[in-house]
Design a protein around this ligand. Structure first.
Ligand SMILES: [Zn+2]
Length: 379
């Protein structure tokens, strides 16, 4: 079945802003994009009523596979306690105790919540199981939600391995990876203070690559360190967070295919300084925006919220932020079929109840999502 989306006030394709455009979808693909006056006929018609049409958002970094709640930890942080990452172990205990049905319901609710806010492609990670069986279980359940699943056995060292972190690294790159790899597209490591060092991260990522997984890295979130440089050196698809960078890090990213995925929900929720997106964009770094949705450091599934933060706090223009939330996210997942409105791309469109993409940052916190077309199906 074909659908003509017409009377579009502004079409944000991911690359450019067009006026007077129309879009035709055929099944789950975009079939045609061009001037409305030249639009071909279609079986059905959606009148956008002068609203802006965008690609569906691509949220390339989330942690949806968890149980439990850490609102008390958030409250304590807002009362002045620092964020350390140690609260991850609280979620590990709750996740291990949860049934498949509970995990499925919780992750499914968050994925639907994201879709209602315009996210039509979502990546999600394991990382709250931290044993061979639990990591595999979380990835199997994650596959029910998305094809973009990431093995994050190296999130933190679980309590039962605290006496032998290198023994845990061997488990992650050995039996745990073997159990996880059939259910994952990517492998990720939290390479930062209180988590894994660069040598440990390198060993795990190289094992993941040998098992056929693509590479991503939690890099330079809590302090400056070697993780961004490691991501570039290993050709990772994405270095995520990039909050503490020196000039050499920025140059390395700019000269690479590694995307800098910025997660301003984490800085918001931990009351920390934001990454300097302006500096990265000016240096030629490809930037993505994602939510980092997780119960500890960024419990938001809202890409519009992250766009508003990126504009207000990180020096991005509204157009740069929307591009980073669509095309940038697609690049961070090495996808060419999402994050754009172009013939052949997946028919994932968002219609905002606004005349232009500027309103995503101009009207923060306002539910602007009017319609979502996902795989060609009106939600
Ligand atoms: Zn994360």
């Amino acid at each position: 079945m074909s659908v003509l989306v017409t009377n579009i006030g502004e079409l944000f394709t991911g690359d450019e802003v067009r006026a007077g455009a129309a879009v035709v979808t055929e099944g789950d693909r975009i079939a045609w994009v061009g001037d409305a006056a030249a639009a071909p006929d279609a079986d059905e018609r959606i009148d956008a009523g002068g609203r802006v049409v965008l690609p569906g958002f691509v949220d390339s970094h989330t942690h949806l596979m968890f149980a439990g709640d850490r609102s008390a930890e958030f409250a304590a942080r807002m009362a002045g306690e620092p964020y350390t990452g140690g609260g991850i172990r609280t979620t590990v205990a709750a996740t291990r105790a949860a049934s498949n049905a509970e995990l499925r319901a919780s992750a499914g609710r968050l994925a639907r919540e994201a879709l209602r806010q315009g996210t039509t492609t979502i990546e999600t990670k394991s990382g709250y199981g931290l044993s061979v069986d639990e990591e595999q279980r979380c990835l199997r359940l994650a596959q029910e939600i998305t094809a973009e699943t990431t093995f994050l056995g190296a999130h933190v060292v679980p309590a039962e391995w605290a006496h032998d972190p290198d023994g845990y690294v061997d488990l992650v790159r050995g039996d745990m990876l073997a159990a996880a790899a059939p259910h994952a597209r990517w492998i990720d490591v939290f390479c930062d203070r209180g988590a894994f060092d660069a040598d440990q991260a390198r060993a795990i990522l190289l094992a993941g690559r040998a098992a056929g997984l693509g590479l991503r890295l939690h890099a330079n979130q809590l302090q400056h360190g070697p993780a961004v440089r490691l991501a570039v050196e290993l050709g990772a698809a994405s270095a995520d967070h990039c909050t503490h960078l020196d000039d050499a890090d920025v140059d390395a990213l700019a000269g690479s295919d590694t995307v800098a995925t910025l997660l301003p929900g984490a800085e918001f929720s931990t009351r920390s300084p934001y990454p300097d997106a302006r500096r990265m964009l000016d240096a030629g770094v490809t930037v993505a925006l994602a939510t980092d949705c997780n119960p500890g450091s960024s419990y938001t599934s809202s890409m519009p919220f992250c766009i508003a933060l990126a504009v207000r706090e990180m020096g991005m223009t509204p157009a740069e932020a929307v591009r980073a939330a669509t095309l940038g996210g697609a690049r961070a997942l090495r996808r060419t079929d999402v994050g754009v409105v172009a013939p052949g791309a997946r028919a994932d469109l968002v219609v905002l109840d606004a005349p232009s993409h500027l309103h995503l940052a101009y009207r923060p916190g306002v539910p602007l999502i009017h319609r979502v077309l996902h795989n060609g199906v009106l939600q």
